[in-house]
Design a protein around this ligand. Structure first.
Ligand SMILES: [Zn+2]
Length: 476
């Protein structure tokens, strides 16, 4: 049977490579085949079913096979959701680049729009949520049904993947939210006054604020982020030149940057579109953190230890690298930014971190409730409005979650950002202690990183029951 498992894992990897390659084409706006995706999804599902019929261990693989089946049976729903969103979530009377503002251009539009335009688009999008709700509901209903066949739900799988109990997770969320929300509200008022001349409004969402808050700093940021992140990875002893980078701006390309682990460790791809240099830098450091992790994973490991990685584990390394940009020493020494500029930039990034925390805390509670209480879309709208009020202080229409890019098309995911932010902080502190405050110029720090990266799913970085949340909150 052991031999059988090894053969099963080999085929699983081959299917993963082909499917990721096809999805990468779709997401970067290259020619792709819907039929090929469908047939590969079907093969993956059949392969997962084969596992579940013959094996019950390793447990990681068992849970992953349930997820694979659910994904295969819902991928059409998700593709349909993407299409509906492009088509229906549009406002004709407000134009951006001579075209109606649609869901896909929303964020780029918002960064330069007037208050009136942003409010109009926001309100109108909320009204149009009803066109996508049925598809979102279908996606969640089908997923729930498949998981329940195996007496489990997506939340339970998520918790097991992160080695954390629901109680500890709730506790972490409360601590993070309570430790941040007052500071956040003060800064929120300060920056809306500075940049918008008024108090915070419900349409000043996280994605808008994290752009606007850098407005007056954009001009002073003369950094070629791709060059600098490559240089830093090299100094840490990584070989970042094997990472494939797609920076072409195609009309159909996903606006958010991402990293795809097509074949670990030698086919790892980063995709992004150039925005303003500052946001591009933050995004690139994040995605290269993912990529550095993936190229370091030991190729000898079996499939499930290479590929079945929790979201909390993978996000840790991306957030870790992104955090270099909120290290004043790094900004001055490596990016050669003036000291006072660096100090101001760190403050603004700190604000976006605070906003991220309160926003993700609200999002996480929503997703936990969704599975624990079996909420319908309408009940989720109501719960979400309350959670946003509680943690951000804003009265946002609860349907907003359906317009998000992750909440309606992912079963859990959101808490991982928070778990990873705290874990990334732990790693940085450890490296500072061992290699000094200029740890990023020290190859020994790179060696430490590679030790925990190469173990794939076995890495202790992914064990979140041991998270030290207080030490993360203290300097925030
Ligand atoms: Zn990420």
């Amino acid at each position: 049977m052991q031999n059988g498992l090894a053969a099963w894992e080999q085929t699983a990897e081959q299917l993963h490579v082909k499917l990721s390659d096809e999805y990468f084409k779709l997401e970067t706006g290259l020619a792709y085949s819907k039929a090929k995706i469908s047939s590969l999804e079907r093969l993956s599902r059949q392969h997962a079913e084969l596992f579940l019929q013959n094996f019950s261990a390793p447990r990681k693989l068992y849970l992953d096979c349930i997820a694979t089946i659910a994904k295969a049976k819902t991928h059409n729903s998700l593709l349909r959701l993407h299409e509906l969103r492009k088509e229906k979530i549009c406002v004709k009377k407000i134009k951006f680049n001579n075209a109606p503002v649609c869901w896909t251009s929303w964020r780029t539009f918002a960064a330069q729009a007037s208050d009136y335009e942003r409010k109009t688009v926001f309100d109108s999008f909320i009204n149009k949520v009803k066109f996508i709700t049925p598809e979102i509901t279908k996606y969640f209903d089908v997923s729930r049904k498949i998981y329940s066949k195996y007496d489990i739900n997506p939340l339970q799988v998520y918790l097991e993947d992160h080695n954390i109990s629901a109680e500890t997770l709730r506790d972490i969320l409360c601590k993070l939210g309570n430790g941040t929300k007052d500071k956040f509200k003060t800064e929120f008022r300060k920056y809306t006054k500075k940049f918008l001349g008024r108090t915070p409004q419900y349409y000043d969402d996280f994605y808008f604020m994290r752009n606007i808050v850098f407005k007056d700093l954009e001009e002073g940021f003369h950094v070629d982020a791709k060059q600098s992140v490559l240089k830093s990875l090299l100094e840490l002893g990584f070989n970042p030149h094997i990472i494939k980078v797609d920076s072409v701006d195609r009309a159909q390309k996903f606006p958010s940057p991402f990293c795809s682990f097509v074949k670990i460790p030698d086919d790892i791809r980063v995709s992004y579109k150039m925005e303003n240099p500052l946001n591009t830098a933050i995004a690139l450091y994040h995605e290269f953190g993912h990529a550095a992790h993936a190229i370091t994973i030991n190729p000898q490991l079996p499939y499930h230890k290479k590929y079945v990685l929790s979201e909390g584990l993978t996000e840790t390394f991306s957030i870790f690298l992104e955090n270099l940009l909120s290290d004043e020493n790094y900004l001055v020494q490596v990016l050669e930014l003036p000291q006072n500029y660096a100090q101001e930039l760190v403050k603004r990034i700190r604000f976006t971190e605070h906003y991220a925390i309160v926003f993700y805390v609200a999002n996480s509670f929503l997703k936990i409730d969704q599975w624990e209480k079996n909420l319908t879309a309408k009940q989720m709208n109501e719960a979400y409005a309350q959670y946003l009020k509680e943690w951000t202080g804003l009265d946002v229409p609860g349907q907003y979650w359906q317009l998000h890019h992750i909440l309606p098309e992912s079963l859990m995911y959101v808490p991982s950002y928070l778990l990873a932010m705290a874990r990334a902080h732990e790693i940085t502190e450890l490296l500072k202690k061992e290699c000094g405050k200029w740890w990023w110029a020290n190859k020994r720090a790179g060696d430490e990183l590679r030790t925990v990266m190469m173990q794939g799913a076995d890495s202790k970085v992914g064990d979140f029951q041991t998270l030290d949340i207080d030490s993360y909150l203290r300097p925030l």
